[in-house]
Ligand binder design. Sequence first.
Ligand SMILES: Cc1cc2nc3c(=O)[nH]c(=O)nc-3n(C[C@H](O)[C@H](O)[C@H](O)COP(=O)(O)O)c2cc1C
Length: 342
Amino acid sequence: MRKLRLLVLLSVIIITTTLCAKSFDEMISKAVKLYDEGKYQEAAELAEEAFRVGDPSMDHYYNIACCWALAGDKDNALKNLSKSIEAGWLDVDWMQEDSDLTILHGDERFDELVTKVQKILDELEQGLPTEHNELAIIELPEPAYNSDTSIEKALKERRSIRKYNDEPLSISEISQILWAAYGITKPIKDAPAFLRGGLKTAPSAGALYPLEIYVVAGNVTDLPAGVYKYNPEVHKLIKIADGDKRTELYKASLNQDWVKKAPASIVYSAVFSRTTDRYGKRGREKYVCMDLGHSAENIYLQAVSLNIGTVAIGAFYDTKVKVVVNMTNEEEPLYIMPLGKI
Ligand SMILES: Cc1cc2nc3c(=O)[nH]c(=O)nc-3n(C[C@H](O)[C@H](O)[C@H](O)COP(=O)(O)O)c2cc1C
């Protein structure tokens, strides 16, 4: 009898949760539609109602703050903005640029929230290492220098792919992708330090190579879950953190599902000073991102020949990605590229 009661109770909980989840999603979709139609007050009220039956995220709170601000209700806008920050919202630049929140500019309560977020960001940045602890050195298999996929086929078939199957990746595939991204193709003996071993698969302004490449691995055969930094000079991986960080990376990348589901992700960062010390503003505004584009396109093309899907992701919280990957404080994250079999 007790068992039966428990089963009935569980069924009721499951059914109620499913119904609530559904109505939450439905209400939020309707609220988004109302927002698009410029009916901000109605959108905000409906979203508040949805919040009572569902589990709002930091984005939900942020968006409803926008609705209230556009409806002219500063108090409710600030209340939801504050909840959004409590739930993890850290995009302080966007908070200040977002025209939806213009009504809050100049309000000291808004300034306090900006200061609060900036403080959280500063603390996170201060916790970043100046150099990495090398937990292990992983030898990578020699990459292949030929395949049946012509460059024309790879160009024709290249696509951003966001759905992968459950198969793990192999360490050979990771090795091949890393080599394509930044592997050495012309070793230079006694080369100056900035060359880091020689010329690479991707061109770089002044051969200054500002990029760093990480692998966030979760389901790769012969590569334990962890965060690894690529050393192109010796074509090896350096383990810098233990454990599967894919869910954290997914949260840092605005909940883009493909980041959580991919067996591994490449994360690019750049040490801008390597390029800006020589090229100044031109280096910052143009060259580093041009370098990134060359390298990332190599990954896209190499992925085609390996039957791997990937997508270049630029939308994420910089500081959160830095923390998840354990980047040094001189680096800025640029792209996340999930990798998975298709
Ligand atoms: C700078 C940049 C940032 C991007 N950011 C994202 C992103 O955050 N999430 C995503 O799913 N796709 C992102 N993409 C991929 C584009 O959506 C994709 O390239 C575009 O839709 C064209 O599709 P294709 O790459 O298949 O030709 C980004 C692409 C670039 C070049």
